[in-house]
Design a protein around this ligand. Structure first.
Ligand SMILES: O=C(O)Cc1cc(O)ccc1O
Ligand SMILES: [Fe+2]
Length: 435
């Protein structure tokens, strides 16, 4: 069964068989249908009520039966902070063209390629950005990530996540968030998949406060969708892969671990359609900070200083008067990994293409390229609709270290910085603009 329940951070209850959820208690002496009760804690037991996350799962076997002895295996191109790979790559603004879809068979586990790593997984700070290529569905294989929550940004092809909690499908324009520890497998729906992944080592993503914007707009809670319970009762050899402490392990078991008949709680995977985001922006003049486009944030202990923010640049109207409308020139204490899901990004009309990505690391200057500057400085400021465009940013307080894999990609644009070389000196002590 597939289906979704609407709301962000809600406590849900869902059962695939009637009466599978115990009434008024979590752990009765015997559960209906002979199920085992199991708790999955996403925050410490003692986290404040407002941020406490846990779910109760009623399953055919407890998860200890879905794990045997673990064996450490090759982690492929997956990297985890604070690993330091000597890339010989000097600091600098970086941009990559899209990496073509591999021709060989790649699953969600083998198809993850880490581009940047930031912070320190052991202290639950920081993040990684990955590319994901899937050319083959996982069969009798599952995965969970103990190192972080995974936010998957579909860029090419539809993706199906069969999770302990139920089934989630996304297409380009949508995201899926899988919390730390949740078991799942990934299937193709109608062809190969390319996606971006933010692995968040810190506290789980929440909706940002809206401040004076009030109770509505930006990402509205009702547009987040959690799956209804769906279970498999499948015997036979299965492999479970686990990412733990930057390493990859596997364990062999004799049944599918997706055997949850019912669950309740507030720790679960969910999806969101980025096209439902209701942007709020400048309706008179000036270019506001891009934080107005924050979809989800993983806060750190320092107020206003995100472990990582997930920000989008969606379709919208530009109407500001007497304003340089694209992003301003910028140096940032936060580091910015950007990707493009479709269309054209207004600061980079050339060279930043769907499936590509850029990295403007801590304090490294960036901003509109020469064409964007000339156009924005001289075009008539009538209302302009930015249509068919969707870019995003993973913005973290930590430096993002580039992996060897990313440094060696032949899609790394050697001449990226030349996009600014045409910015001429316009200074003239006698030149004043009309008011
Ligand atoms: O393109 C970027 O670098 C992202 C970005 C967008 C924006 O509107 C303002 C600042 C900023 O860093
Ligand atoms: Fe920026």
């Amino acid at each position: 069964m597939t289906g979704y329940m609407s709301g962000f951070g809600n406590t849900f209850e869902t059962e695939a068989l009637p009466g599978a959820l115990p009434v008024g208690r979590n752990s009765p002496q015997k559960c209906n249908y002979g199920l085992y009760a199991e708790q999955l804690s996403g925050t410490p037991f003692t986290a404040p009520q407002s941020s406490n996350q846990r779910s109760w799962l009623y399953r055919i076997r407890p998860t200890v039966r879905h794990t045997g002895r673990f064996e450490k295996i090759d982690k492929g191109a997956i990297r985890t902070a604070p690993t330091r790979e000597d890339t010989e790559l000097p600091i600098g603004q970086m941009r990559w063209s899209p990496v073509p879809m591999p021709q060989d068979k790649q699953t969600f586990v083998t198809g993850l390629r880490t581009i940047t790593i930031a912070g320190d997984v052991d202290s639950q700070n920081g993040m990684a950005s990955h590319l994901l290529f899937v050319t083959q569905s996982m069969e009798r294989e599952h995965f969970f990530n103990a190192d972080g929550e995974m936010l998957i940004v579909a860029e090419h092809g539809k993706i199906r996540f069969r999770t302990e909690f139920g089934v989630i499908e996304i297409e380009p324009g949508e995201i899926c968030v899988i919390p730390r520890g949740v078991m799942f497998r990934v299937e193709l729906v109608d062809g190969p998949v390319r996606a971006y992944v933010c692995e968040n080592y810190g506290g789980g993503f929440i909706l940002p406060d809206r401040g004076p914007i009030g109770a509505n707009c930006l990402a509205n809670p009702r547009d987040f969708l959690a799956p209804v319970a769906a279970y498999e009762d499948v015997e036979g050899p299965h492999t479970l892969y686990v990412k733990w402490g930057g390493d990859l392990f596997k364990t062999e078991v004799s049944q599918s671990p997706l055997d949850v008949v019912a669950w309740h709680g507030n720790y679960y995977p969910y999806k969101y359609d980025l096209r439902r985001f209701s942007p709020v922006g400048a309706i008179m003049f000036d270019h506001p900070d891009p934080s107005i486009f924050t979809v989800l944030t993983s806060p750190s202990e320092t107020p206003g200083t995100a472990n990582v923010d997930f920000v989008i640049f969606p379709e919208r109207w530009l109407v500001a008067e007497n304003t340089f409308r694209p992003p301003w020139y910028h140096r940032n204490i936060m580091s910015e990994f950007m990707g493009l899901i479709y269309g054209v990004y207004d600061a980079k009309p050339e060279g930043f293409v769907a499936g590509g990505f850029s990295l403007h690391n801590q304090m490294l200057p960036h901003g509109p390229d020469t064409d964007a500057f000339e156009h924005a400085s001289n075009s008539e400021l009538k209302p302009v609709r930015l249509s068919n465009t969707l870019a995003f940013m993973f913005e973290t307080r930590f430096r993002q270290r580039v992996t060897q894999y990313a440094a060696a990609l032949d899609t790394l644009q050697e001449n990226y910085i030349d996009c600014w070389s045409g910015l001429k000196k316009h200074f003239d002590p006698n030149r004043r603009e009309p008011k």
